[in-house]
Design a protein around this ligand. Structure first.
Ligand SMILES: [Zn+2]
Length: 401
């Protein structure tokens, strides 16, 4: 299951002088094309889902497919929430399977940006999930998506960047040095000197938004100055759109005829970028360097010393409140199918990662539920947390030699 910790992935890329592509996907065609492109290049890849695109697809519906694609892939994959608007967006992204989140408060004044980003960082780090912040502002010029980033470009300042990273604890920083969201107009001018200074001051993986339209030399200079993640979407959307137009012009009718070759067009562009950014051929080495990412199952078997009506109330309340705790992905309350002398009930709470075992236990919502509803009636219980056995054994966990 080559879902890996995104922090490990980008630290390695940063250290080894290449950038991982974070390709925004808006449909299964994009998903399949991005994974196929990364596998053909034997490259790590980030499947990125931008909150601003949620009107094009149902985030909750597409995430099981994104996760399945990542888990069956032969290259290391991370799943990222791009341009999350709020703390709630980040929580939802994590619940649905993202193991990296970006929170974009770049339009807010600095102090507000810092405070809102810090809240996300505290929450996400409690789940062992890295956070990307943005400082300065990457505006949109033209093309699909540009209108979602109104206003003028604001360059990232070195001093502010240092203060921002120290105050928020973000793991990666998206910087504004002259790229734009959407298509470039004319020759893009990038401030490499500023980038070099930011990189020297921060010493953490930097991120570029608005990669479409840059030249190979520009990409190389970005990467040489600390850029380890490149967000890329517009050129993929354009490649898909051009293929569609070509099909229609040649007389295609109906859906499947019209979209023929679209995946291949997206995939070609993905492969071109991966090759340019130096991540091709890095998959095997990176898999050895990254911790695998897996969920943890928190299991409780219990009996209740109360009436059936009270039991219903206790379980309904648990189902209502526990699922909203950060890092909880799924809550299942079960009752034994047959009468038993052992335990008649169970909870299966799925955590995003092992770190959630602690943050969940201490979360005020959990503490209050356990003290008020659960423990007074469930004195007879066993609780255990489980990682996937084979993953744990491979990592030298219990039972390893
Ligand atoms: Zn962006």
């Amino acid at each position: 299951m080559p879902l890996v910790h995104m922090h490990d992935m980008l630290s390695q890329a940063y250290r080894n002088g290449y950038a991982v592509g974070a390709f925004d996907l808006v449909s299964l065609d994009f998903l399949e094309a991005i994974i196929a492109g990364a596998e053909a290049c034997e490259a790590p890849v980030i499947l990125s889902l931008a909150e601003s695109h949620f009107e094009y697809f149902d985030f909750e519906l597409i995430m099981p497919a994104v996760e399945a694609a990542a888990r069956r892939s032969i290259v290391p994959v991370a799943i990222h929430l791009d341009h999350g608007a709020s703390l709630e967006s980040a929580r939802r992204g994590i619940r649905l399977g993202c193991n990296g989140v970006m929170v974009d408060n770049s339009l807010a004044p600095l102090t507000e940006n810092i405070e809102r980003t810090r809240q996300v960082t505290v929450m996400a780090h409690g789940c062992d999930i890295p956070v990307e912040g943005e400082l300065g502002y990457v505006a949109g010029v033209e093309g699909e998506d540009a209108e979602r980033h109104p206003g003028d470009v604001v360059y990232t300042s070195v001093e502010e960047a240092r203060h921002y990273v120290d105050s928020t604890g973000v793991d990666f920083l998206a910087v504004s040095i002259g790229t734009v969201h959407g298509r470039m107009k004319g020759e893009p001018k990038l401030d490499f000197e500023r980038l070099a200074q930011i990189n020297q001051a921060l010493n953490l993986p930097l991120v570029i938004h608005g990669g479409t339209g840059l030249s190979p030399t520009q990409f190389q200079r970005l990467i040489a100055n600390g850029v380890a993640k490149i967000n890329y979407y517009t050129a993929l959307a354009d490649a898909a759109g051009e293929q569609l137009a070509e099909n229609l012009q040649s007389g295609a009718r109906g859906y499947t005829q019209s979209v023929k070759g679209m995946q291949a067009a997206i995939r070609d562009e993905v492969e071109r970028c991966i090759t340019l950014w130096g991540s091709a051929g890095r998959a095997a080495e990176l898999l050895r360097q990254c911790r695998p990412w897996h969920n943890v199952e928190h299991l409780i078997f219990f009996n209740l010393t109360c009436s059936e009506a009270e039991a219903r109330k206790i379980i309904a309340e648990g189902e209502r409140v526990l699922g909203d705790i950060p890092g909880v992905r799924h809550v299942f309350a079960g009752k034994a199918l047959k009468d038993t002398d052992h335990y008649r009930y169970c909870w299966r709470v799925q955590f995003a990662s092992a770190a959630v075992v602690d943050s969940y236990r201490e979360h005020p919502v959990h503490v209050s539920y356990a003290d008020t509803y659960f423990r007074p009636h469930a004195g007879d219980r066993v609780t255990e947390d489980f990682a996937p056995a084979l993953a744990a054994l491979e990592q030298g966990g219990q039972g390893a030699e």
